[in-house]
Structures are given as structure tokens and as C-alpha cells.
Design a protein around this ligand. Sequence first.
Ligand SMILES: *Cc1c(COP(=O)(O)O)cnc(C)c1O
Length: 476
Amino acid sequence: MSGLEQAPTSALPTGGQGAAGTPWPSGARRRTDGELEVAGVSVSGLAAEHGTPAYVLDEADFRARARAYRTAFEAAFAEVGAGVDVYYAGKALLTVAVARWATQEGLRVDTASGGELAVALRAGVPGTSIGLHGNNKSDAEVLAALDAGVGRLIVDSLVEIERVADLAASRGVTAPVMVRVTTGVHAGGHEYISTAHEDQKFGLAVAPGPDGGTSPALAALEAVVARPELELLGIHSHIGSQILDASGFEAAARVVLQLRADLAARTGVLVGEVDLGGGYGIAYLPGEVPLDPARIAKDVAGTVAEVSDELGTPLPRFSIEPGRAIVGPAGLTLYTVGTVKPVTVSESDADDGGTTFTRLYVSVDGGMSDNIRPALYGADYHAEIVGRESDAGPVLARVVGKHCESGDIVVHQVMLPGDVRAGDLLAVAATGAYGRSMASNYNALTRPPVLAVADGAARVLVRRETVEDLLALDQG
Ligand SMILES: *Cc1c(COP(=O)(O)O)cnc(C)c1O
């Protein structure tokens, strides 16, 4: 039970905002009667009006995080004489309002499909401020991007380079492209792994091929230079997600800047831009320390300045693509508790021959259809009963969904008040990223609404899906 017995059942700040060490939005506050307010809005009121499950987004928190990343990177890179653009990675959560918030805070928007591109355009994001990613873009997606005048297409293979060039020619335009490369640096969590070749579908390897010949990345960059319908903006690298220190970004930046110098030596073309991707980590559990944007920006800016000094090349313009770090902590999910069931668990243990304990299974009215991350990656979350006070002692609980899968887990382990019961409102922290955007209709559940709260008021950004919506797709 890994020390959880000592943990308090509540990590919610009881006053003030933005307390460190909590995974809740900065506008979250627990009142003395146990009620949770976010940006001055009571979550019980939200549940009563909009039902559960529901995603709740703290707009001011989203905006503050977007600003914090932009200003931290602008300041740190200005210090070493380089410009920087921050792209919000829309795949974490993209709605029309969210795209507008990002733009209003001075960010650009990254998209990874024609659908995400359409949402960004509907929000009024200027084409020039949009990037389009994808390892398998369709012709229709490439054409939609060209027609919207996107600022950059990130190309991912040699065949795609030729295809984008042909499509640009068919439209009589020049396509601005970056080439996505794999640096061999793969990061996630506390450490990075470095290998010559990454066994994954994205990007082109910087390392030479098996024959020791030209690196696929260099060959791709030269292929772009060779096509007049393409404008080579620069080189793109994304090393992973939920990264909690600078070492991986620094190692990748070295590889990319060296590649840029190698390309210049071979072709005379010194590309003007380098993108270092996203992956900035957040706190999911009480006590976890998220990546500090000011710290990481300083570390990475320091490294790139040092490397370009060594290489004797002027610094390019940089860009980064945080998604989770902007929207993850700004969101939470509200559920209503249903069935509560104690289950006796036996665990064998080499030291003392084993233990038997009770785990309380707390079922909620959503699950893997609104948050797939625990089932997909074993991701951990924190949950609390909100909307009432409890004097009951904490018990070890597992929050599960209502789907027909035993792996349908919302929170693997958390201490909840021992009197948790049907009808309670349960909030799960830090679900703003990759919750709604990865939601499904498994078991024909309807996807929850996205509610924004700000200055004591709530509004619906995305309405709840209805069974009618599902039936409307079914042609009988
Ligand atoms: C997923 C992804 C991001 C965003 O990752 P986060 O972990 O949400 O910051 C940025 N860039 C690319 C290319 C990605 O695939």
C-alpha cells in the first residue's frame, strides 16, 4: 500500500490560489463546508446544472500557463540573442475557445490532422500561426493546409516531401516545411535514453543508415532544398512527453544544431528555424514537482548558445510545442459515485509471507471512455470527494469506471474518506490534457461536456454528446 496510509485525503488548498505541490488548477479552493470551488464556481452547482461526468477547465489557469511558457522562453532566448515562438499543441485539447485563449496569449497553434486544423481555423487562428503535423497526412489534409496558408507543414518522410511538393505545385504555391528528425534522444519522466536509431514511426534518423551512408535526415533536408515548390524553414525534433528535466532537450538540441551545421557545410543552406517539440511535464499527484518553465527555458537557452558557439554558426529562431503543460493542470473531471464495493486483496510478500487487506472499489459514471490514460499508459491520477465534508477516516480506494473491462480504472489507488457513498461527487485532478481529446464512445457512452469557469461564471465550450448524436451516425 506504498505509504499511502499516511497521505491526507485532501490536497486541495483551503485558501489562496496556486499553492505549490497540488495537482489542482490554480483557481481551485476547498471551502470550509467541503465544497470545491474553481474560479469562484461551486462544482456541485456545475454538476447539478450540467450533469456528470464533466470536464471543467479553469480559463485563467490555462491563460496563465500559456503566458508563463511564452514569457519564460522569450526572456531566456532573448538573453542569448535568439527569437522563439511557442505553439500550443492542440492535440492535448482543442476547442474553438481554447484555440482563441492560446492565440490571445500570444501562442501559435499546432495541429495534427485536418480536423484539428479545421477547429483552429474556425477559431480564427491566422493560417500563418498554424503548424500541421502528422506521419501520414492525406492529400486532402495537405491541400487544406496549403489553402489555409499555414505557417508550416512538418514533413515526416521522403515520400511525403515529394507529395507535398507536387501538391504545392498543383496549387501554384510554395509550401513552408520543417523536417521532423529523430535525434536518438528519447525522453519521458526523469531520464532520457539515447540510441543511434529510434524504433518508431515518426521522423527521419539523424544517424547514418546501416551502410554508413548519408543520414536519412540529411537526405530529407537535401530533398527539400532540391524542390523549388518547398521553402525549407528548418528542423523539428520532439523527444517525448511528461519530461521532468532539461537533459533530454539539451541533448536533442545539440544533435539538431550539429545537423543544421552539417547541412550548411554540404549545401550552403543554413536553416533559420529549429523546433524542440513539446513534452514538458506536470504534476499529476500531490507533492509532485512540475517542470518550471523559467528554469527549463534558461537551461535550454544556455545549451543552444554554447553549442552554436562551438559550431561557429549563428543561432536560429527557435520554437517549442507544449500541450500538456498548458492545459493539463487547468482541467479536472467531475464524476458521480455509484456502486461502492469492498474487495479483499491478498498480496504475497517475500519478507513476511503476504498480507491481506481491503481495497474499496468506487465506481463512477464515466471511465476509460473519458480518460484512457490509466488503461493506456498506467497513468496515475489523484481524486477527492468534493461537495461535502467528512470526518470519516481515510480508506484505500480504487476509482473505476462503468465499462465492460476490468482495466477500466480511473485512479489506481487513492485514500478516500471511509464513508464514500453513492451520490457523492468525485473530482479527478489534472485531466485537462488528453482526456476529452482521447475520449471514445465505448459502450455507447456519450462524451462529457467541456465547461469553462472564469470569474465566478461557467460556460459550455463543448456540449455533452447525446444518444441522439450517436444514433444520428448509425444509418440502420
Ligand atoms: C504530442 C506532441 C506535442 C505535445 O506534447 P505534450 O507532452 O502535450 O507537451 C508537441 N509536439 C509534437 C510533435 C507532439 O507529437
